[in-house]
Design a protein around this ligand. Sequence first.
Ligand SMILES: Nc1ncnc2c1ncn2[C@@H]1O[C@H](COP(=O)(O)OP(=O)(O)OP(=O)(O)O)[C@@H](O)[C@H]1O
Ligand SMILES: [Mg+2]
Length: 455
Amino acid sequence: MSDPLRVSGSLRNRLALILIGGAAILALFLVLLVRSYAAQIAQQGQDQVLGASVTSILDTAIIQDGQVEVDFPYSALSMLSTPSDDRVFHAIYQDDTLLSGYASLTRDATRAPALPAYATAEIMGTAVRRASASRTLIGADQRTTITVIVAQTQDALSGTLNRISRTVAGFGIGFFLLATALALWASSSTIGQLQRLTQSVTKRGPQDLRPFDKPVPTEMVPLVSSLNTLMGRLDQSLNRSEDFIAEAAHRVRTPLATVRSHAEAMLQRVGREENRATVRSMMRAIDESSRAAGQLLDHAMITFRADHLERDTFDLVELVQDLVVRLTPVAELKDVTVRLDGPEPVVISGDAILVQNAVRNILDNALKYAPGDSLVLVRVTNTPTPQVVVVDEGQGFPHAQIDTLADRFTRGDNAAGTIGSGLGLTIAQDVAEAHGGILDLSNRPEGGACVTLSF
Ligand SMILES: Nc1ncnc2c1ncn2[C@@H]1O[C@H](COP(=O)(O)OP(=O)(O)OP(=O)(O)O)[C@@H](O)[C@H]1O
Ligand SMILES: [Mg+2]
């Protein structure tokens, strides 16, 4: 087993987090901006009214009979009335002398602007906005400066600002929620492309090394084309090694057959018992090698055909019947009876050559490991799934090894003395898996092996 991949966080979460974070910062920035702009506009409105009030008071200032007279017109006060009944303070100075009003509204000594100047101040612990302006009066023999200061609390203004703030905050939250929904949608749909690719990789069988031909987003093209190149190379090298094994097995088998026929001829001629034993063990080694070469060749063929499975429909009963007939001579040599139980046709879709090979190996085992003068029963049924069950009357599979006997080149302890390469059950299992089925090995309670090949 390969080590589990180390995970470095989720792309979707990262993307969503960045987008949502960005939206939150943007929403906050917008709320602050709109709020400060609204505050500025509201302040300007109050300033204008204060300025108008100051100017209208200043306009009434005259010098009459050497006396300065300043009126506080009703309009100057009424224009300052607000829904929150903000308090209004005023102070009128002639030069540095307070003529009327609050002394705490001090005159700015350094400046006596003609146009109203505005500032924020504090009167009796309350924040006020004040406007001040001056006017120089020129009498017959005097020149004097009248300064008018009008101040107003800011309850109405802060009420308006609070209302605006609430509305803007509502908009900000709405914008944020909308942006969050969009961010989640955007990140899901972006990652969706990756998930589709992942799904199509996962759906493939382990043998499927075809390149991807579905459209992928531009950013994923380098990844997918590297993957395709890698799979192409893997496929090529797998095919090459299977070809190599098949070729090698084929080349070995032919000369082995020649050597065996020579050895057989030699056995006829040799008289001394020890020499005959040597030749017999030579022949056995040759049989082992040629069985191994044959099984390797079959295995390579199976692997190749399983990779490019071509399905046909055929009757499993007919196929097994055919095999049983062909194996009868071998069975008769051992006095073994092979009985087929397949009352009804079992039609399946698959590669008949592969299935034939698998069943042949299972039957071959039954004949090889069962004792002489026994019965091998082959049952072909369609319930619960199409399957071939082969039971014999031998010793059965060695218990401790039953789970590993289908591994490559694995032979059981009971196989000592019989010729074999440990590939028969591997072939049967590969064929079952290529058809989406399984190979099951078990021992019958009454003794004997039971092999089930189901599709
Ligand atoms: N019917 C059976 N009864 C008892 N043991 C069996 C039976 N079939 C298989 N086995 C055990 O399973 C092992 C693996 O079987 P497999 O067919 O893969 O290899 P093999 O028969 O040894 O060699 P070959 O590749 O030539 O068939 C055998 O060596 C044997 O120990
Ligand atoms: Mg075998």
